[in-house]
Design a protein. Sequence first.
Lengths: 379, 252
Amino acid sequence: MDFNLPPEVEQMRRAVLDFAHDVVEPRAHEIEATNRVPDDLTRAAADLGLFGLSIPEEYGGLGLDMVSKCALYEALGHAHMGFGGVISAHASIGTTGLVTLGTEEQKRRFLPRMATGETIAGFAITEPTSGSDAANIRTRAERRGDVFVLSGTKHYISNAPVAGLLTVIAVTDPTQGARGMSALLVEMDTPGVRVGRIDEKMGQRGALSAEVIFEDAEIPAANLLGPLHGGYREALKILTNGRVGIAARATGSMAHLVELGVAHARTREQFGRPIADFQAVQFMLAEMQVDVVTSRATWQYVAWLVDQGRSVGMEASAAKLHATEALSRVADKAVQIAGGMGYMKDYPVERWYRDQRLLRIYEGTSEIQKVIIARSLLQ
Amino acid sequence: MKILTLIRQVPDAEARVRVTNGAVDLEGATLVMDGMDEYGVEQALRLREGGADAEIVALAVGPRRNEDALRTALAMGADRAVHVETDAVLDPISLSKVVARIAQTEGIDLVLVGGQQADWDSQALGAATAERLGWPQLTWTNGLQVQDGALTGRHDVDEGNETFTATLPAVVTTQQGLNEPRYPTLPNIMKAKKKELRKDTLDQYGVTPLVRVVGAEIQARARMNRVIDGKDPQAAAAQLLELLRNEAKVIA
């Protein structure tokens, strides 16, 4: 077993880390104050190549395998989570479906401008009445000649307010349940497609999510992604692999919180010495580090399995469940180590504490991951 | 036109280094391209982007890990790299022999090298290379252009700065203020993978170090922890003045 990353991947990992620390972090206050990722920061991320993270080289992306991709996701985890959220919603759920299921024509049409960040992507499955129960989708796509007529409402759609392209899951055969749902590539400037209310969230400011409303929008039949009536099931398989990316990003966020915890413990003095001298603080740091190490080992293993072409339904759920729950523990301890300062908006751990909470909910709640894991044992 | 840009690899300015058995132990330290040399790589790229028809060759002489610094240069935009791989520590005069030889065999017109190196600080490498080649040397430049086979540049002097010209071939040492080095982008890092990185051995150059390193110590700064009692402000100020004048010798 070789845990060394290829030199060019190591170099990219360092470039992303430097970008997170030197370019994104100094803008954190601005992102918090405005609830927007500033345009010049989005452009800098695009110049760096972050939007091409999961796009093959021939379409202008980086052409990475899963281990390499996840190594970059871990580095991205060190960045402001709202900023990281924009990138990962685009690169993960927004892009991988098209990369895997898209026809050559679809890939040529969309991927090059997604790789440059000119078109930001997202994925629309959730509806007001269907969250974890994704099969209860009501958005309809009715075939009429050369188009699908799309009608319905999606909500909590990451990147919707800034997206140029959404992969939308809609019912194409109402009699078949989950076997009657397809995936459509929907350009946001299509007549009949509009963004509704932008969500006010607990955290991850700058990563905008919103309602998306389809009012008899005519989507060209050529934009059907994957098999008719089978796109939903195919897309779900791809999302499964995406869970390991979330585990990697959570690992980076934890590692960042450990860095903040160590720096604070070394410099904050109480009772005449740095609080790092106290075992109570040392133990918290140690427990945080155990969560980093185990989460990293887990994503590395599962990403390696993906690269071997193995199916990772249970393993990806285990990695996501472990890393995101661990991140919550780590963020809680980071606040505790920082004491009163950790509860203040001027100090970054307060922000991480709010931002990380989402990871236990999206792309399958912790409970859904447990259902998947248990099912694999009991089947 | 061919530009040779020499690269040294040094610990990151924020790295924690240790000394083990009389030598700096770099295990676990983050190593980066020396900032002074980075200005050279960036300037070579800017000369090319400014219209010079240039091939840019990056050179490193040192241990295997130097490859990472060369890869950074390739990712920034250098065309190819030469790595003279050796674990020997070369003093600047010995190193200049390798640089001069490569400049000759590669038919180089312009050698760019950092004004000083974070790991030796001799400021001699550029000068020694120019001396061996019999080329003009322009030091500490913070502005540089090439036109019709001639260099125009600027460097700082005590009273301000001077502008100079020289014909090629030449050796130029670079410093802060020359430019703002670019970050390598992720796609360029991937593309650099396919660029040539030639490996030479030190034997090919018949160079043995003239100076041998026999030991290293970390410079530790201990505080004196002297506290002046401030109950009597007049006396405290007088005592502080006394210390600054006679002990620290920072005021007359």
